[in-house]
Design a protein around this ligand. Structure first.
Ligand SMILES: *Cc1c(COP(=O)(O)O)cnc(C)c1O
Length: 282
């Protein structure tokens, strides 16, 4: 089951064609998106997601998103979705149709069920490989046109990294900068636990500021943890009491194997942090 609505408030059949072949998202991957987790009919972190959509829009010089229209459209879609079933809401905002002087962005919200692979990974954890991302930590600030840290629709590289992981017998990826510092996953943020402290790298190194990472940190602080946003090295990926990938649909997923090496069992730490994260919404 899926539910689709456009930003003008019209529901549409997701099985029907709707996007023009000359839409710049199709032609150039020119647009942005957000993926929002919905549990019990409630979208999690909707405010931070809409704030980040506005930030990505600004980085791509897209028209400022109509915040109220997005909120209305999210509600419209969720009114059609059974609240007892989790779903992922994809908010897509493209530059619109090529060749028009001031193109109107194509904008829609699509609700889909959570994939089985993701549900399994939440429970069992994942095997991860580190891959070179070819950027240095200063690049984002030096070269804003590279759109590092925007959630853009140009994700062919991120998807290719996932296929490379599969070739290496793994399920996910942690990108490294040229100096060996830890960036993020292709669709997730990296969190390291050491003692009672959580670490994640700063968004200024060219990664996306994660809404889930922020929620996990909020929950952990309430549960008595300390949280730190600071650069991480490859060594930190091995030397810790728990390594995790965080994103809206995967929540806090444990990494059990890194570059073919099994990591010490962090099941208890994962259970505690997963609970602290859920308690944010209790
Ligand atoms: C979406 C995404 C994340 C995670 O963001 P959430 O708000 O937690 O879902 C992290 N990195 C990249 C590259 C992403 O696309």
């Amino acid at each position: 089951m899926r539910v689709l609505a456009f930003l003008d408030g019209t529901l549409a059949n997701p099985e029907d064609p709707h996007i023009r072949v000359d839409d710049l998202s199709v032609q150039r991957g020119d647009g942005i998106f957000e993926t929002v987790l919905v549990v019990g009919g409630e979208p999690r972190e909707l405010r931070p997601h809409l704030d980040r959509l506005a930030r990505s829009a600004s980085m791509l010089d897209l028209p400022e998103p109509d915040d109220e229209a997005w909120q209305r459209t999210v509600r419209l879609v969720l009114d059609q979705w059974p609240s007892e079933t989790e779903c992922a809401l994809k908010l897509v905002y493209t530059r619109g149709v090529d060749g028009t002087p001031d193109p109107t962005p194509t904008a829609f919200v699509l609700a889909s069920p959570i994939g089985e692979k993701i549900i399994r990974a939440r429970a069992e954890g994942v095997s991860v490989v580190t891959l070179d991302r070819g950027i240095d930590p200063g690049l984002a600030e030096r070269a804003p046109w590279l759109l590092l840290g925007a959630k853009s629709l140009s994700y062919a590289v991120n998807m290719a990294a996932g296929r490379e992981a599969a070739r290496r017998g793994a399920e996910d990826v942690i990108f490294l900068a040229t100096d060996g510092s830890v960036l993020e996953g292709p669709t997730s943020n990296v969190i390291v636990a050491r003692g009672r402290t959580l670490y994640t790298p700063p968004a200024t190194i060219g990664i996306l500021p994660g809404t889930t990472q922020a929620a996990v940190f909020r929950g952990a602080e309430r549960a008595g943890w300390t949280t730190k946003i600071e650069p991480l090295s490859v060594e930190d990926l091995h030397d810790n009491d728990g390594l995790f990938l965080a994103s809206s649909v995967r929540k806090l997923t444990r990494v059990h194997t890194l570059d073919g090496e099994q990591l010490p069992d962090a099941g208890a730490v994962h259970a505690e942090l997963a609970k602290a994260y859920e308690d944010v919404y209790a």
